[in-house]
Write a protein that binds this ligand. Structure first.
Ligand code: AMP
Length: 400
């Protein structure tokens, strides 16, 4: 039997098929530019061959029809109805979902009610679910939420110091994101360290185009850097991360920017892009090495903010078992890892420079880059959100 993982975005549909028995990836693909008139698709078949093309894909229903036809032709999956289960990525589960759930009418209704908290993501996720339910009404489908992992945070972590009725009536609080990634990499780390998950304490850095960090104590998330939305916290590719909220009043009152302009500025034009004109860490790192001053300040600031979070999380959870680097930058940027760890020796975090420079192995589920005398293990753990969704999907279906 096979498990399908779907990530439905506003104009894209990402999919991956796993064998249920051993979670081996059979095929994966992406359909893009849905509804734009110049759609495109690609799929990697079970032999590793890339199939790609262009097609008119007017809406998500057409995208799912296309995916289904591609899977039939290239993987032998004759109907989606023959799947063991379908796992859907859902960005915001609010306070309603503390773990992955089997989808029914109530779940659909609750995800819909949460749209105000994730107006860009939940509608597209919901649409993907509804169309998959139409295509495969007899297949159990599971919603896996980015926020669920952080639902155990204590109130002093998740509340903002604003009048409490705003929280009570409108759910304005910190939720945190990247939860599926954290769930995956922390479990991999526990396995690597041969530690029981319920006794694992760690600080985990998910550094991709979106970036966040998370503190885990005794297997429970106690804090994370993203908040009501993914804008809070670390400096990111195009997001500003933590700023003085009064900047928003200034931009409005003094510069006359309206709320949509400010939203765009802080989410899409800030972060690394705002500081040095581009958001891709690979080229920023090259410019850094060549002595470019804008690239230098961008990377300095990026790493400095991460260090401050590590310090504050160590004040909260004490000395962790490990510091985990994951996602595009965390898994690949030796420069960022080195700059983040520099100066943290007094906190028991000692990097081995040679191990840090070793080429990443895609096969290794986790590897250590800490010096032999480091009190805290420093690990690189490649993340795999789709695999985690497949795992959670199988678990939820099995339990039901
Ligand atoms: P993600 O959102 O996890 O796909 O990560 C995207 C980020 O990872 C981008 O900033 C990329 O520039 C960065 N990245 C990917 N590969 C490398 C690499 N080899 N060295 C440095 N940064 C990288």
């Amino acid at each position: 039997m096979k498990v399908l993982v779907l990530n439905s975005g506003s104009s894209s549909l990402k999919f991956k098929i796993f064998s249920q028995k051993d979670l081996h990836v059979l095929s994966h693909g992406l359909i893009e530019e849905i509804g734009t008139g110049h759609g495109s698709y690609h799929l990697v078949d079970p032999s590793g061959q890339l199939i790609e093309g262009k097609a008119n894909i007017p809406d998500h229903k057409a995208a799912l029809d296309l995916m289904s036809a591609l899977l039939k032709k290239h993987t032998g999956l004759d109907q989606l109805d023959h799947l063991y289960g379908i796992g859907h990525r859902v960005v915001h589960g609010g306070e309603s979902f503390k773990k992955a759930v089997l989808i029914d009418e109530d779940v659909l209704e609750t995800i819909k009610k949460l749209i105000p908290l994730a107006p860009l993501h939940n509608p597209a996720n919901l649409l993907g679910i509804k169309i998959a339910l139409e295509h495969a009404p007899n297949v159990p489908q599971v919603a896996v939420f980015d926020t669920a992992f952080h639902q155990g945070m204590p109130p002093h972590s998740y509340l903002y110091a604003i009048p409490k009725d705003i929280y009570e009536q409108h759910g304005i609080r910190r939720y945190g994101f990247h939860g599926t990634s954290y769930s995956y990499v922390t479990r991999q780390a526990a396995r690597f360290l041969n530690k029981d998950y319920s006794s694992l304490s760690c600080i985990c850095l998910h550094l991709g185009n979106g970036a966040s960090c998370m503190a885990l104590k005794d297997g429970e998330c106690v804090d994370t850097s993203m908040g009501l939305t993914p804008l809070e916290g670390l400096v990111m590719g195009t997001r500003c991360g933590d700023i003085d909220p009064a900047i928003i009043f200034f931009l409005n009152r003094t510069l006359g920017m309206d709320i949509d302009d400010i939203d765009h500025l802080l989410n899409k034009k800030s972060g690394l892009l705002g500081l040095c004109g581009e958001s891709d860490m690979r080229s920023i790192a090259k410019r850094f090495s060549a002595g470019d001053p804008d690239a230098r300040i961008a990377i300095d600031l990026f790493c400095y903010r991460i260090k401050k979070y590590i310090g504050s999380y160590m004040a909260v959870i004490g000395r962790p078992d490990c510091l985990i680097f994951t996602a595009g930058i965390g898994e690949n940027s030796t420069l960022v890892r080195q700059k983040v760890c520099e100066g943290l020796e007094h906190m028991g975090i000692r990097l081995d420079k040679e191990l840090n420079e070793q080429p990443k192995s895609d096969k290794a589920p986790a590897y250590s880059i800490s010096a032999s005398d480091s009190d805290v293990h420093i690990l690189v753990v490649p993340t795999d959100e789709e695999l985690e969704i497949a795992r959670q999907t199988i678990k939820v279906i099995g339990a039901n």
